[in-house]
Write a protein that binds this ligand. Structure first.
Ligand code: EPZ
Length: 418
């Protein structure tokens, strides 16, 4: 099991290229199941989670080839299995995204329930309710979802709350359903828009992606496409926070600043200077980090996936900040590790953390627990005095491509210990 060692205290300087977005690539790769033919995808990040979903697609009968830097081809002509086995799904809960495409394409699916993870129960009840509304017969059996439908019918579906995966699963299912589907209270993330763009390129008819009302007219079949994955807004945000936190000057390239305006606004509120261009964003750290309050929200609000990273920045601020996590019920696991490094954080009812800024963090051996918590421990190590070693970095490798190489190119003293 690899660890990452960081010797803190170096202001980061320079440019870093942002990789393709994990949370766009996963549903878009799943959408290739809808097509009898070969789809090709560029700018697919090299991540463990991507490996997992490609293994699952192969297990379902697709042929998958990876060429060169970030190109993936998926031929779903040979799709002949409808079961997503537990040992594949448990490794990557977003495997639930094959459910909608399998029912739409083959009329049946047996997908292991993903179960919870470190940050919460992560139910998929809204995915299932939507498929039922479209006429699927759903059974929960031995930890699996079994879904059947001769042909899905369009339905008018209102989500109890905006769900990214639920919106994606049902958008894909509705693309091949009979008639019109309306998704109300839909998630509005850029990854939803990216998926809708791919579905429309395949010949689907998806209108309104990016708003809370999406209308899909089902079609009888979809055709192969070639597409490029959008940049990862959370990776971009992570590097921008690192630049601000270390009092450096960092430019992230190949990003889309319009995908993380809430993060930019909050960085500016801490006193950092942030300039943006069409595909780049530059941050310069403030002399003194100002405290700010954060409440995570569905897009376009402040993203829950940036909460842990921002907590590190605020732990070095002047004054007290309050972070409210409204999306997941247990997304403060990083707090105990940050406290061990000297952060002054107290947890309160209602998923609220109070962060009193301290002068410095001290390096320590720490344990990664989930993807974004691991990123926050790396950030803390970058600014802490002496050495930090982050253990169990496989959590990090699920969602960040070559993170230690990217940070060392910015001047960080960071290395992977195999
Ligand atoms: C996606 O997860 C992302 N993952 C998450 O990123 C991200 O944190 C999350 O959206 C929220 O933005 C991918 O895109 C692969 P949700 P998802 O359905 O789709 C509740 C990362 O670090 N809910 O939007 O699973 C749920 O419990 C990951 O990259 C139900 O109750 O999230 C949560 O409280 C972590 N029933 C809220 O909705 C359902 O059927 C939002 O979940 C579905 C969701």
């Amino acid at each position: 099991m690899d660890s990452i060692e960081i010797k803190g205290g170096v202001p980061l300087h320079g440019e870093v290229r942002i990789s393709g977005a994990k949370n766009a690539a996963l549903p878009i790769l799943a959408s290739s199941l809808l097509v009898e033919g070969t789809c090709t995808f560029e700018n697919v990040p090299r991540l463990k989670d991507i490996d997992s979903i490609l293994l699952l697609l192969e297990d379902l009968g697709c042929s998958v080839t990876r060429q060169g830097e970030g190109e993936v081809a998926v031929d779903a002509q040979g799709l002949n299995r409808t079961e997503a086995a537990y040992d594949l799904v448990r490794k990557m809960r977003a495997s639930i995204l094959v459910l909608g495409p399998l029912v739409a394409r083959l009329g049946r699916a047996r997908v292991s329930l993903p179960g919870g993870c470190a940050i919460g129960a992560r139910p998929v009840d809204l995915h299932l309710k939507g498929l039922e509304a479209m006429g699927a017969r759903i059974r929960l059996h031995h930890g699996y979802v079994e879904a059947e439908a001769h042909r899905l019918k369009g339905a008018d579906i209102c989500f109890d709350m905006p769900t990214v995966g639920g919106t994606e699963n049902l958008m894909m299912a509705a693309s091949l359903a009979d008639g019109e589907t309306i998704l109300r209270n839909a998630a509005r993330e850029p990854e939803i828009v990216a998926l809708a763009d791919v579905l429309n390129a395949m010949g689907a008819s998806v209108q309104g992606a990016g708003t809370s009302k999406i209308i899909i007219q089902g079609v009888s079949s979809l055709k192969p496409v070639s597409t490029t994955i959008i940049p990862d807004r959370i990776e971009a945000g992570t590097f921008l926070v690192a630049g601000a936190l270390t009092g450096g000057d960092v430019t992230v390239r190949d990003c889309n600043p319009d995908h993380f305006r809430a993060v930019i606004d909050k960085l500016r509120a801490t006193g950092a200077s942030v300039e943006t261009g069409p595909d780049w964003t530059r941050v310069r750290g403030p002399e003194v980090i100002q405290s700010v309050d954060i409440t995570t929200q569905p897009y376009p609000g402040f993203p829950t996936d940036m909460q842990a990273q921002f907590m590190v920045l605020l732990s070095m601020a002047e004054g007290t900040s309050v972070i409210s996590e409204t999306i997941f019920e247990n997304r403060f696991i990083h707090v105990s590790e940050l406290q061990r490094m000297g952060a002054a954080i107290s947890l309160h009812a209602g998923n609220t953390a109070k962060i009193r800024g301290v002068k410095e963090l001290s390096g320590a051996p720490v344990m990664a627990s989930d993807l974004r918590a691991s990123a926050s421990l790396i950030l803390a190590g970058l600014v802490a005095t002496n050495t930090t070693v982050v253990h169990r970095v496989y959590h990090l490798d699920r969602g960040y491509e070559a993170i230690e190489e990217k940070f060392s190119r910015l001047g960080a003293r960071i290395r992977r210990i195999r």
